[in-house]
Design a protein around this ligand. Structure first.
Ligand code: RTP
Ligand code: MG
Length: 148
């Protein structure tokens, strides 16, 4: 079992798509082990997206992610990191395949609804950045043997 960080970005919250998209992750077999709605400050946004500092879209991205609350979660399941990224689809909603979350709901490069960690190292770093130790459950969700 693996854990990954997801962020339901401001566009997702504004558009009331958090529940629908979370359901898609659950239907695939991922379990919620952490979840909260927070207003992100600039320091956390810059830390989370540090790899993109200096890129032309960086300032816009920081402005976007701090513009309204986000829902941030930790999902657990078999190959959770790859499973989330595959369900999300390509970064640019215009190019994302139909059937993926971004392909079905986004037509934007930036406003692409949900973030998912891109590697085990990123997942560990991001979960520690967004959640305090006591905020992520340590239980094993029942029925996990049915989704591997
Ligand atoms: P994410 O980190 O949010 O899961 O998305 P990703 O791996 O698919 O894409 P990444 O290259 O890490 O880009 C991070 C986020 O920056 C915004 N973006 N805007 N305007 C642009 O050209 C542009 N390019 C990227 C998107 O919100 C993207 O998810
Ligand atoms: Mg990324």
């Amino acid at each position: 079992m693996q854990r990954t960080l997801v962020i339901f970005k401001p566009d997702c919250v504004h558009r009331r798509l958090v529940g629908q998209i979370l359901s898609r992750f659950e239907a695939k077999g991922l379990a919620v082990v952490g979840l909260k709605l927070i207003q992100v400050d600039r320091a956390l946004a810059e830390k989370h997206y540090a790899e993109h500092a200096g890129k032309p879209f960086f300032e816009g991205l920081i402005g976007f992610i701090t513009s309204a609350p986000v829902v941030v979660g930790v999902l657990e399941g078999n190959e959770a990191i790859t499973v989330v990224r595959t369900l999300l689809g390509a970064t640019n909603g215009v190019a994302a395949a139909p059937g993926t979350i971004r392909g079905d709901y986004s037509s934007s490069k930036q406003n692409n609804l949900v973030h998912g960690s891109d590697s085990p190292e990123s997942a560990e770093r991001e979960i520690a950045m967004w959640f305090k130790a006591g905020e992520v459950a340590s239980f094993t969700p029942a029925g996990s043997e049915w989704v591997i």
